[in-house]
Design a protein around this ligand. Sequence first.
Ligand code: PLP
Length: 485
Amino acid sequence: MDIEEFRKRGYETVDRICKYYQELENYEVLSKVEPGYLKKVLPKEAPEEPEPWENIQCDIETKIIPGITHWQSPNFFAFYPANSSFPSILGDMYSDMFNVIGFNWLSSPACTELESVVLDWMGKLVGLDQKFHSDGRGGGVIQGTASEATLVTLLAAKYRMLEEYKAKGADEEKLRTLSTRLIAYGSDQTHICLKKATMIANILFRALPTDDNFSLCGETVKQEMEKDITNGLIPFFIVGTIGTTNSAAIDKITDIVDAIKGTNVWLHIDAAYAGSALICPEYKYLLEGINQADSFDLNMHKGLLTNFDCSCLWIKERKYLINALSITPDILKNSVSESGMVLDFRDWQISLGRRFRALKIWFVIRTYGAKGLREHVMKTHKLANRFRSKIQQYPDLFIIPTTPNFGLVNFYVKSNDSLKNSNKLTEMVSNRLNESGKIYLTQTKMREQYIIRFAPGSPLTTEKHIDQAFELLLKITQEVTVNYN
Ligand code: PLP
């Protein structure tokens, strides 16, 4: 493809993207293809000869789109949202234009410096303490996902704890033995990425029980840590969540801070979903706890109109992360890095290479302004509240079992006789809703109760879509319950 063909095909592609977003509402949200559908229609071998662009473009329409679940649809209410925006898409286009691999400052100074600037902007919008900003001993960095953020902070925490023992005289062998006694904590509601991080790092992990609101309490942390210390273990890392995956529950962060006071336990806050809301004045009350943590992470790709992937991690003492992850072979040595005047983000993450993701954040924040981003967050929450008040109008049909937080609505279908029947009915309703193709939502199980989660977030969703989704839910629930009883 030469530059003139790229120009032509590029314009066509932008036109196609516009058409997609204009028509998105009409697509069935959940793809209906059977497993293995694509293998059946694609050649077994890579083409030996170049193919015309028209054929490739045509295959997007006929072979790829049928296998797409439309996450950007205004009728997508599953998981947590992963919204996109045009400024973000354009930011990614510029990133693809440069295609720099910004592992250290010298490999593309703008890539590193813009990332520091926009992460400081975002940190300030959230209300993070000065200590998390890059002009102190901390700073922000873009990770691919909240899972990666959890893994790298776990490694930083391990480094910090072992440093303490090293300072007391532990040699390498002793440190290896001590590593086997380290234990990390989350709650029974913490995202599984923590368990996975401990599996990767070969660290002991315990999920602590939550209270009636599915929140982790300080007292539980204190008691469980004391038990483990008595048994010779070394608590070193705990994840507090603001906005859990199942029910958007909020852990009692200030109490957890009190519970670990005086220890060297690292507190990481996972606000992958709900962190976006912290840019709004309504949620600033959560900052008291957050600002006492060691690290904090939110996914701009969930709630702040920034395309995947864009998880923003802030850390108070960057030296622990850098020391835990830094190895400098000769090929990467350079005088600027050695001067200590620059950040090399390769030392803040798992991989060496990294994309220029700061561009899309820069475009998004400047295009919408902080004001526009806050409006988007609050609009989403307003839509969720609209759906919830409709559910509440039918107390004989639906129960809302968890405290509503942020933009998530959890509910189940009521049954007068048993949990088993309620679960059955809820599952049937959930399946029928998704099979309809009109909307897509996900379900979960909390303490044996089957629950449907409703999480709006697409910028295209309006009150009309919420009302249509509820009407469909009501119709299907009435049909299912009549037939079942
Ligand atoms: N933490 C929470 C609270 C989440 O809800 C999720 C995903 O929804 C994650 C972590 C994992 O996110 P990621 O896909 O960015 O690793």
